[in-house]
Design a protein around this ligand. Structure first.
Ligand code: ZN
Length: 170
């Protein structure tokens, strides 16, 4: 249970990072953080008593963070798009990355111009604008935040974290 993951918020409630419950208890004990949410009904034994198992913590001091960048790679584009073709919605079969605006037409290698596409859609599109071949984009691609990216690889996000993550608005 001490390995349970805890969401750590900055002093301004902005999601910052994750840690294990063991570390969270130390931060609480040292007065470096306050408990915001605990895992419902779960408790952990400390030296003297039982404590609620932390789920979300808030640091007492504001930590200035330099934004961590996610490398722009084919693998990461596919991961951002959940291995789903952003044109037809297919989720199986080999996937490629497609330049929405073709490189030959001034399109860049960027989070905003690259999407996951199945081989069929990529072939159908070729070097043409996707609208001219009757394709639609499922969503407008954007650069993922570091935390969102880490979260996207999880199967399950604890309910207690949701109010602090804005995951539903993605
Ligand atoms: Zn497709």
């Amino acid at each position: 249970m001490l390995n349970e993951e805890v969401l750590v918020l900055n002093q301004n409630y902005e999601p910052l990072t994750f840690c294990r419950a063991r570390r969270a208890l130390v931060l609480l004990y040292l007065g470096k953080a306050e408990l915001v949410e605990s895992y419902n009904g779960k408790v952990v034994r400390s030296v003297k008593n039982w404590l609620p198992l932390p789920s979300v913590l808030r640091l007492n001091r504001f930590i200035k963070v330099t934004r961590r960048e996610i490398p722009l790679t084919k693998r990461n584009i596919l991961r951002r798009d959940n291995h789903q073709c952003q044109y037809c919605g297919k989720k199986t079969g080999p996937m490629t990355t497609d330049h929405i605006i073709p490189k030959g037409k001034g399109g860049t290698d960027s989070w905003e111009n690259l999407v996951c596409a199945c081989v069929e859609c990529n072939t159908k599109k070729g070097n043409k604008p996707y609208t001219s071949v009757g394709l639609k984009l499922l969503r407008k691609p954007k650069k993922p935040s570091y935390l969102q990216f880490i979260l996207s690889s999880r199967d399950k996000i604890p309910e207690e974290w949701r109010p602090y993550l804005f995951v539903d608005s993605q």
